[in-house]
Design a protein around this ligand. Structure first.
Ligand SMILES: [Zn+2]
Length: 253
C-alpha cells in the first residue's frame, strides 16, 4: 500500500504543527490514528518517535499521542491506551508535537552523526549501530584500538567540528546515484532492501554523509557542545561510545 498521508518530518524537521484530516482510526489495544498530513516522526534509525497532541477543531477536544509508528507506509499516531471516544475519520484536527523533546532528539541525532564522521575520517572505524534518547545517545563501532585517551581526543574533535558551524543538508537520491557515493557504502547502504528506489541522505557538509531517515538540525552550531559520558568494550573489536549534549548533561535529572 502506498502512503496517502503527507509526511512533513522528512522534508521540514522544524515543522511542529499542522492541520490535518483524520483518515482512519484503528481500534485495538491502543487506538491508532492515521491523518492525511502529519509532522510526527514515526521512529527509526535509533531515533525514538515523537510525542504530542491531537486537537479536534470542532469541539477543542484533545488526545495525547504517546508514540507514533510506521505501518504499511503510513504514520500511525498511538493514543493513550485508555483513550475513550477517539477522533473519527473525517474529523478536522490540529496535530502538535512535543517540540522541546523533538529538538533535543534532532540535536542529539546530528551530534551522533558528527561523532560517526570524526571516527570514520580520523580512525577509519565503521559504525555498527546506535540509539538515542533526548539529549544523550550511544554509537557502536568496529574500533579495535579505542582507548580512554583516544576518546578524549574524539570528544575535543567532535566539539571543534560542531563549532565549525557546518550546514546539515537533506537530500533524496535515486538508489543507483546513492550507491555511487563511496562514503555511503561504509554505512552499509547496500543492506537496504531491493524495493527501495530512493535513498534519503543526511550530509554534515564537509564531515559526514549517511543514508538516514531521521530528523536533524540545520547547522551544527545548534547542537552546541557534547561530552563523552562513557565508553565500553563490547568485545575485542566492537566498542561503544556514549555521549550527551553538554547543556542536557548538566541539567538536573
Ligand atoms: Zn542517523
Amino acid at each position: 500500500m502506498t502512503a496517502v498521508g503527507e509526511q512533513l518530518c522528512y522534508v521540514d524537521a522544524y515543522a511542529t504543527t499542522t492541520e490535518a484530516r483524520v483518515v482512519a482510526v484503528e481500534a485495538g489495544h491502543a487506538v491508532g490514528v492515521v491523518l492525511d498530513r502529519t509532522v510526527f516522526y514515526p521512529g527509526g534509525g535509533g531515533q525514538p518517535s515523537d510525542r504530542g497532541l491531537i486537537l479536534r477543531a470542532g469541539d477543542g477536544r484533545t488526545w495525547t499521542v504517546r508514540a507514533a509508528r510506521k505501518a504499511e507506509g503510513e504514520i500511525v499516531h498511538d493514543l493513550e491506551p485508555d483513550a475513550t471516544d477517539p477522533p473519527a475519520a473525517g474529523d478536522l484536527v490540529t496535530v502538535d508535537l512535543d517540540w522541546a523533546r523533538r529538538h533535543a532528539l534532532m540535536r542529539t541525532h546530528t551530534a551522533l552523526h558528527a561523532l560517526c564522521g570524526v571516527v570514520w575520517r580520523d580512525y577509519g572505524a565503521q559504525v555498527t549501530g546506535g540509539n538515542m534518547e533526548p539529549g544523550a545517545g550511544r554509537m557502536d563501532f568496529e574500533f579495535e584500538r579505542m582507548s580512554g585517551d583516544l576518546v578524549d581526543t574524539i570528544e575535543a574533535t567532535v566539539n571543534a567540528e560542531l563549532a565549525a558551524e557546518r550546514d546539515v543538508r537533506v537530500d533524496v537520491l535515486p538508489r543507483a546515484e546513492a550507491f555511487a557515493i563511496p562514503d555511503l557504502i561504509r554505512t552499509k547502504v547496500n543492506l537496504l532492501p531491493e524495493g527501495i528506489e530512493t535513498i534519503r541522505i543526511i550530509e554534515i557538509v564537509g564531515l559526514d554523509l549517511q543514508a538516514d531517515g531521521g530528523t536533524h538540525v540545520a547547522n551544527t552550531r545548534e547542537v552546541g557542545r557534547i561530552r563523552v559520558t562513557g565508553y565500553e568494550s563490547k568485545g575485542r573489536i566492537n566498542k561503544r561510545i556514549r555521549i550527551a549534549l553538554e547543556d542536557q548533561a548538566r541539567a538536573p535529572a
